[in-house]
Design a protein around this ligand. Sequence first.
Ligand code: 13P
Length: 260
Amino acid sequence: MRKALVAGNWKMHGRIEQNRVLVDALLTQLSGLPEADIDVVICPPQVYLAQIKTLLQGSAVALGSQDVSRFAADGAHTGDSSAAMLNDLGVRYVLIGHSERRHEQSETDEQVAAKIASALLSGLTPIVCVGESLEQRESGQVTDMISAQLKGALSSLQRAEAEKLVIAYEPVWAIGTGKTATSEQAQEVHAFIREYLSSAFDEDLSQSIRLLYGGSVNSTNAALLFEQVDIDGGLIGGASLKSDEFTAICRAAALSTING
Ligand code: 13P
């Protein structure tokens, strides 16, 4: 059985005092949730990773980064933080290939693959993001797009590497728009991702990898999404900045682990 995972992607939000208040509230509210039922991850902006690491000390909430350098070795890469540096700081998960990075930073499938390799080399768990645009959905290209992104991200991985991944399906048209995919739409793509993993690797791997849904998840729609057989949790943007909302989403995910 796959354990639920909920990751909060703060994107470019936060200030030192605001972060402290949010994490304090979160830790209080999350304290009733059994660790056996859910993994919770917080991905703040990189400049605040050290602060959040300190705030999370002694709790079961893990630290995640929103990005990682594609270069594994130290060197002349101005502005980059390597996977080894993130690991050094206590980071355990890293978002790779988020659609905002693919679009705003023109991140390519090759770069996504290099970042995954670099993260794995330093023992970080990549949360690999894939998802189609509205135009692609409307023109019937959802599975083509998802396969192309998965192929770009996974084709150079050995099975033992691939089994360490988490994959997040985030339809671009649902991100920050308040327009969530229906549970049927999300389940359909998650099932497709499992089929892809099964043919690229094998059925065991496909059944063991955790698949998250992201895109306008909130406390109202989370339970129905997480009830779907192939959805193991969520990658949460806006709602991760509100402790009540985020906690309710985590609770819905933990319940889905309990209910199978
Ligand atoms: P929203 O939850 O704000 O739609 O963002 C989703 C997302 O991009 C998480 O990575």
